[in-house]
Design a protein around this ligand. Structure first.
Ligand code: PRP
Ligand code: 7HP
Length: 175
């Protein structure tokens, strides 16, 4: 099978992640502790790169949800598979997502994490499909705005394929 067509190169991702890390480090300086909450599975590579480039103290938590069962159709419901393990009460939380598409996952997660009574909850997404929004959510840090095409790579999959591609590519999904 052909490789997915490059939408965002490794170099462009690296540069943008550097910029996001600098911005987040500046905004949260003096506001520690900052807890980065990575949303599994898709955010694992973005979180690894972003977290290592921050210049402020930070801790890492993971949460796992699933909305797209096999392919590219949102199931309509967000399923919580794993909650954060640590105590985030009174801490500043930054949700780290690979992509915001319909917005349903992030909307659900903000409500879910707010119930843990953190000091604040903000959001960071590498990719945003603004045209696809079904639920309004605020994204405080956005890497790239993209069109409504199915993207893979840098953590993102189509039916579990292509997550480890080093760039963001576009594919034509079957469904
Ligand atoms: C993907 C992605 C986001 C969510 C965004 O997760 O990682 O969490 O969909 O879509 P939305 O804005 O339409 O809700 P998915 O459910 O595919 O799980 P995965 O991260 O394990 O691939
Ligand atoms: C979820 C998701 N996962 C991978 N690629 C996309 O384009 C996606 N939209 N929503």
């Amino acid at each position: 099978m052909d490789n997915p067509k490059v939408l965002i190169s490794e170099e462009d991702i690296r540069r943008r992640v550097d910029e996001l890390a600098a911005q987040i480090s500046a905004d949260y300086g003096g506001k520690e502790p900052l807890v980065l909450v990575g949303v599994l599975k898709g955010s694992f590579i973005f979180l690894a790169d972003l977290s290592r480039r921050l210049t402020i103290p930070r801790t890492i938590e993971f949460i796992a949800v699933s909305s797209y069962e096999e392919g590219s159709v949102h199931s309509g419901a967000v399923r919580l598979l794993m909650d954060v393990r640590g105590n985030i009460e009174n801490k500043h939380v930054l949700i780290v997502e690979d992509i915001v598409d319909t917005g349903r996952t992030l909307h659900y997660l903000i409500g879910m994490l707010e119930s843990h009574r953190p000091a604040s909850v903000r959001t960071c997404a590498l990719l945003h499909k603004a045209e696809s929004a079904e639920v309004e959510v605020e994204i405080d840090y956005t890497g790239f705005s993209i069109a409504d095409e199915w993207v893979v790579g840098y953590g993102l999959d189509y039916a579990e394929q292509n997550r480890t591609l080093p760039y963001i590519g576009v594919i034509q999904p079957d469904c």
